[in-house]
Design a protein around this ligand. Structure first.
Ligand SMILES: CSC[C@H]1O[C@@H](n2cnc3c(O)ncnc32)[C@H](O)[C@@H]1O
Ligand SMILES: [Zn+2]
Length: 426
């Protein structure tokens, strides 16, 4: 199947935005520029008055948590988890996990996200099913809370998830290991997770240094900051690590991140809403750490709209540092796309470039937010919102065209998600 996106403004890897054509063969971009005589498309998408970007990469989320949206607000992390979230999650069934994930798929397609990294569970295979049904790319890990008596069983469930789904759906699904956080996984348990993940050459997805309390408690319990003692367990010695949050960091923490090539998923919306603090993103970027963007779950954000996170990343670090170029517009967009691809360990996504996967989001420029067209990247990051997303492709397949969903039944998903939420939160 060959697809041509004709006459579109395309955000290139260097930040330029030429009016051009995007040539797609099967799952990949095979050219950007003039249409060669021997390219005969099966499908033509008219890109006139549209902006094309690489599909957003949500580098940290908990998709099925959409069922807990608007259920627990205005609380700090540990109260929110202990008093509200964990009791509700304990009631979740496999069906809840599936329909919560499907609600997330719907929201992600509608807002232009094509890849997401998810840590949740049990029943992560239901999230895999949802991603496969939707046509999205998922980087899945079974969230493992080791302090609970059934920690070993959760490691085994992550192994099963890896064996059944790593590389599934034409490579759209990959699997990592998901030890939840240093404060829920003691050192000996993390050693077991590390050993198991390394035996499968699997990567790690973990929450790190999210709140001041996490650092203080760790110092009290272990006499060390989390990054230091977690590194000693060997967790970071394997293929790679995606660390969500990384808010409270000192020089030694950043040195550890650099030493092990740890990639950060920055979640500005969640960090603001849970009053967790401000991650030192400009410093991390200067030091060469890969910093991607995530929404976190829809109970701490409260949506899965990556354009909003791009905007928040650009804005938050300006006000925090009094520096207007702390995170410039194009850099924020790269964090939400190209750096996201690197952070979640998926090759060849996040750039509009020949040879890259055809994961593409198109914005309709026919609205006030896009006028006048002085600078399309600026308009995207500072002016527009995701209601302009009208067409989305993932792996070369059209998931939405002119706002019409091709893989998802919106009415059914909204009905089932509300039905599932009723028994969890009422
Ligand atoms: C064990 S599955 C993942 C687990 O993480 C919880 N969670 C959601 N958001 C956050 C966050 O910001 N910090 C720590 N933990 C979070 C989620 O509710 C699941 O229980
Ligand atoms: Zn999280």
């Amino acid at each position: 199947m060959k697809t041509l996106i004709k006459n579109v403004y395309a955000v290139m890897p260097d930040g330029s935005v030429p009016k051009t054509n995007i040539l797609i063969d099967q799952d990949r971009i095979v050219g950007i520029g003039p249409v060669s005589d021997d390219f005969h498309p099966d499908k033509i998408i008219d890109g006139t008055d549209h902006l094309a970007i690489p599909g957003f990469v949500n580098a940290h989320t908990h998709t099925s948590m959409t069922l807990l949206r608007s259920y627990a607000d205005d609380m700090a992390l540990m109260d929110w988890l202990n008093q509200m979230v964990w009791p509700a999650e304990a009631k979740m069934t496999a069906e809840d996990i599936y329909w919560g994930a499907m609600l997330a798929m719907l929201e992600m397609v509608r807002t232009g996200t094509t890849t997401f990294a998810d840590m949740y569970g049990p029943w992560m295979e239901k999230v895999a099913e949802a991603a496969i049904d939707a046509g999205l790319r998922g980087v899945l890990s079974r969230g493992i809370i080791g302090a609970a008596p059934d920690g070993e069983k959760k490691i085994e469930e992550n192994v099963t998830l890896f064996q059944e789904f790593h590389g599934a759906a034409d490579g759209r699904i990959t699997v990592m290991f998901g030890p939840h956080a240093p404060y829920t996984c003691p050192p000996d348990f993390l050693k077991k997770v590390a050993k198991t993940a390394q035996s499968l050459n699997a990567e790690i997805h973990i929450h790190m240094h999210e709140t001041k309390t996490e650092i203080q408690d760790s110092l009290q319990q272990y006499g060390k900051r989390p990054f230091e003692w977690v590194a000693e367990t060997g967790l970071f010695d394997g293929k790679g690590t995606l660390a969500a949050h990384c808010v409270h960091l000192n020089d030694a923490d950043i040195a550890i991140m650099k030493k092990y090539g740890i990639r950060a998923a920055h979640n500005p919306g969640s960090n603001m809403k849970l009053a967790s603090g401000v991650a030192p993103v400009p410093r991390l970027l200067q030091e060469g750490v890969c910093v991607a963007l995530g929404t976190d779950g829809a109970s701490s954000n409260n949506n899965l709209d990556m354009l909003e996170e791009v905007n928040l990343a650009a804005m938050l670090h300006k006000v925090h540092t009094y520096d207007p170029v702390a995170v410039p517009a194009f850099c924020a967009l790269q964090m939400g796309t190209e750096y996201g691809g690197k952070a979640v360990g998926v090759k060849d996504i996040g750039r509009l470039e020949q040879g890259y996967k055809a994961d593409i989001t198109l914005f309709d420029l026919n609205s006030a937010a896009w006028c006048p067209r002085n600078n399309l990247v600026s308009l995207l990051v500072y002016s527009a919102n995701s209601s302009s997303v009208d067409t989305v492709l993932c792996n070369g397949k059209v998931l939405m065209e002119n706002h019409v969903l091709k893989t998802l039944d919106e009415e059914r998903i909204l009905f089932e998600a509300q039905r599932c939420a009723n028994h969890l939160t009422k």
